[in-house]
Write a protein that binds this ligand. Structure first.
Ligand code: ZN
Length: 303
């Protein structure tokens, strides 16, 4: 069976020459252990203002967040290749699964410790390790899980607060709503529908599973089950198999039914009403919670 090249994150689409550079990664890698996994990190320390330990600490922190969400690091072995860019900040993360699970990511040579601590991108890439590779038309679920899970995973280790994450969702989730001419998640490969449409699917699934199970289970249980069944970036799965596996672990058919509804037609979601049900809103620029909202318990359980 010929394996499709597994590539995540549209921002980081690597060209041929970029891949060639990856092949000749520099110094011998440093080995970290986190969440039960061996993680090999390679970079050239002399290109960064920060000490080597700071970059390794950043990789460890992202791995810790993902391990907290999934109960362990989602693959037993992974590689992280860090490339030095100009200036400050983290950019161009891309994950691959066709030569083991690995990702490449660029870090500006003048990046500070605070930049690393605020970074979301490496956690996002590592969430990609946890979900099987699916056909290109389902790319939205790969980016959607990464977009949705990344901040929640960081709440798990105290790197973000629940209020910050809800604030970002209130600000950004609308970008995942269908626009005129939309033909459903499988047929509308725009940036908004891929990243935020996928994240919206995840939020609706999380709320749906928690409503069905009286808050005993959530999307986290479904995604863990998919990962435990061997659904990692290194394997190609039909999307239906992933959803069936997740549904079985959460005592319902939430994922399969939501997918049937959203795959080929534009499904409008009343976001202001959803936020109201969950009891989260913004007042004078601050996120406020309403503990008496009908889904307040679901909101708390999600984070
Ligand atoms: Zn991504």
């Amino acid at each position: 069976m010929s394996r499709r090249s597994t590539l995540r994150c549209m921002l980081g689409l690597a060209s041929g020459p970029a891949l060639a550079r990856v092949a000749q990664a520099a110094d011998p890698p440093t080995k970290l252990q986190e969440g039960g996994a061996d993680i090999e990190v390679s970079f050239e320390p002399e290109h960064f203002d920060l000490p080597q330990a700071a970059l390794l600490g950043w990789v460890r922190q992202a791995a810790r967040a993902v391990s907290a969400y999934y109960g362990r690091f989602p693959v037993p072995r992974a590689r992280v290749r860090i490339f030095a860019g100009g200036g400050r900040g983290i950019s161009h993360g891309t994950s691959y699964g066709d030569d083991g699970a690995w990702c490449r990511i660029s870090v500006g040579s003048r990046t500070t410790a605070a930049d690393l601590d605020r970074d979301w991108m490496l956690t996002h890439e590592m969430v990609h390790f946890a979900f099987p590779s699916v056909a290109r038309r389902h790319h939205w679920i790969e980016e959607g899980t990464a977009t949705y899970v990344e901040p929640i995973a960081r709440v798990h280790i105290g790197n973000l607060t629940a209020a910050e994450v809800w604030g970002d969702m209130l600000r950004d989730m609308h970008q995942g709503l269908p626009e005129a001419g939309d033909s459903g998640l499988d047929n509308t490969p725009t940036w908004g529908r891929t990243y935020w449409g996928g994240a919206l699917f995840c939020l609706l699934a999380d709320v749906g599973i928690r409503k069905n199970t009286a808050n005993a289970k959530g999307l986290e249980d479904a995604l863990r089950a998919i990962n435990r069944a061997g659904g990692t970036i290194e394997t190609d799965w039909p999307l239906e198999r992933a959803f069936e596996t997740g549904d079985k672990a959460t005592d319902g058919k939430t994922l399969t039914e939501l997918y049937r509804k959203m795959r080929a037609q534009p499904v409008m979601v009343d976001l202001p009403d959803l936020w109201k049900q969950l009891g989260v809103g913004r007042e004078n620029g601050k996120i406020v919670f309403d503990g008496s909202a009908p889904l307040a318990g679901v909101r708390k359980a999600i984070m």
